[in-house]
Design a protein around this ligand. Structure first.
Ligand SMILES: NC(=O)c1ccc[n+]([C@@H]2O[C@H](COP(=O)([O-])OP(=O)(O)OC[C@H]3O[C@@H](n4cnc5c(N)ncnc54)[C@H](OP(=O)(O)O)[C@@H]3O)[C@@H](O)[C@H]2O)c1
Length: 324
C-alpha cells in the first residue's frame, strides 16, 4: 500500500485579531508565509462577538469549531487609563478570559495560548522576574484590576489541566509596540503615545513633553517578533506554566532612551521636556528570558531603533486611519 503522509489539520482562531498583536500575527501568517500546510487561520474582532457575553462566545466557538486558539482579546491600556478604570479592567478581562477558556473547553479545543503581561507581576519583588513569581505578592497599585484578572488566566490553565488534562497555557510579553498599536496619548501605552506626541510636536513646532521623569526602565518587544514567537508557542511549547517572551535584561531601556529613539526616527529636533508632575508607574519590571533562551538558544530580536523606525513610518503613512 502507498504510504500517505498525514498533515495535521489545525483551525486556529485568534481572539483580538484586530489589535496590535493580532495584526502582527496575521501579518506573519499571511505575508511572511508563517502558516503551515493544513492550517486554517481565523482572526476575530469584537464585531464577531462580545466575548464578555458567555452565550455569544459559546455560539461563536460552536460555529467556528477551532482546534487551537490564540487568545488576545482584552481591555488594554496604558498607565493613565489603568489608573482611572481599575474596576472596568478587572470586570472586562475576568469575564472575557473565563468565557473564552470555558467555550474552548466546551468545543474540545486542544490548545489555547493566552496572553499575560509582565506588568501583572508583584510590585515588591526581586529582579529579574521569572515565570514562577506571578502570584508572589500584590501587583502595582496603578493597574491592580488588569493584573489580578490576568493572573486568573494562569489559575484557569492550571485547573483545566488538573481536571481535564487540557494543555492551555499563556505567554508573558513585556511592553509590545508596532504597527496597528493604539496611539492614543491619553489611553495608550508609553511608546505609541510618545510617537503620537512627537509627531504633533513636530507639526506644531512645539517642545515634546514626556510624562514622568523619563527614568523608569522597560523592555520593549516588537509586535512582529512577538508574533513569530506566538507561532512557536502554539506549535511547540508544551508546558501549562507560562513563558516570558522578552528581549534580554541587557536590552532594557529608560523612557528617556525610548523618547530619544522616537525623536530620531521622526527627525524631531525640538526640546524634550519631562513633566515630573505626572506619574511614573512602576520603576522597572525587568524580566528574565532565560526560559525562552533555553528552548530557543538562537532567538533574535529586531534592534530597538529599527523597530521604532518601522513603527513611526507606519504611523506617519497611516495617520488618518491609525487608532489614536
Ligand atoms: N500592548 C502591550 O504592550 C501588551 C503587553 C503585554 C501583554 N499584552 C496583551 O496582549 C494581548 C493583545 O493586546 P493588544 O495590545 O494587541 O491589544 P489591542 O490592540 O487593544 O487589541 C485588543 C483586541 O481585543 C479585542 N476586544 C476587546 N474587547 C473585546 C470584547 N469585549 N469582545 C471581543 N473582542 C474584544 C479588540 O477588538 P476590536 O478591535 O474590535 O475592538 C482587539 O482586537 C492582550 O491580551 C494584552 O493584555 C499587551
Amino acid at each position: 500500500m502507498e504510504s500517505v503522509q498525514s498533515v495535521e489539520r489545525m483551525r486556529v482562531v485568534v481572539t483580538g485579531g484586530s489589535g496590535l498583536v493580532g495584526k502582527a500575527i496575521e501579518h506573519v501568517v499571511k505575508e511572511e508565509g508563517g502558516a503551515k500546510e493544513g492550517e486554517e487561520w481565523i482572526f476575530l474582532s469584537s464585531k464577531d462577538a462580545d466575548l464578555m457575553d458567555f452565550r455569544a462566545t459559546q455560539a461563536l466557538f460552536q460555529r467556528l469549531q477551532p482546534t487551537h486558539v490564540i487568545h488576545l482579546a482584552a481591555m488594554v491600556g496604558g498607565l493613565f487609563r489603568n489608573m482611572r478604570l481599575n474596576l472596568d479592567f478587572w470586570r472586562c478581562n475576568i469575564y472575557i478570559n473565563d468565557n473564552v477558556l470555558q467555550a474552548a473547553h466546551h468545543v474540545g479545543v486542544q490548545k489555547v495560548v493566552s496572553c499575560l503581561s509582565t506588568c501583572i507581576f508583584p510590585d515588591n519583588t526581586t529582579y529579574p522576574i521569572t515565570e514562577k513569581m506571578i502570584h508572589n505578592g500584590p501587583p502595582h497599585d496603578s493597574n491592580f484590576g488588569y493584573s489580578y484578572a490576568k493572573r486568573m488566566i494562569d489559575v484557569n490553565n492550571r485547573a483545566y489541566f488538573q481536571q481535564f488534562g487540557h494543555r492551555y497555557t499563556a505567554v508573558i510579553p513585556t511592553n509590545v509596540f508596532g504597527p496597528h498599536d493604539n496611539f492614543s496619548i491619553e489611553d495608550g501605552h508609553v511608546l505609541p503615545g510618545l510617537i503620537h506626541k512627537t509627531y504633533l510636536a513636530k507639526e506644531e513646532g512645539s517642545p515634546l513633553t514626556v510624562w514622568g521623569s523619563g527614568n523608569p526602565r522597560r523592555q520593549f518587544i516588537y509586535s512582529l517578533d512577538l508574533a513569530r514567537l506566538f507561532l512557536w508557542v502554539l506549535r511547540e511549547y508544551d508546558e501549562v506554566e507560562p513563558i516570558i517572551l522578552s528581549v534580554g535584561e541587557e536590552d532594557e531601556v529608560s523612557i528617556k532612551d525610548a523618547a530619544e529613539a522616537v525623536t530620531e526616527a521622526l527627525d524631531f529636533r525640538g526640546d524634550i521636556v519631562y513633566d515630573t508632575s505626572k506619574a511614573d508607574g512602576q520603576f522597572k519590571k525587568t524580566a528574565s528570558n532565560a526560559k525562552l533562551c533555553s528552548y530557543l538558544p538562537d532567538v533574535t530580536f529586531t534592534p530597538f531603533k529599527t523597530a521604532v523606525k518601522e513603527t513611526c513610518d507606519w504611523f506617519v503613512s497611516n495617520y488618518d486611519f491609525a487608532r489614536k
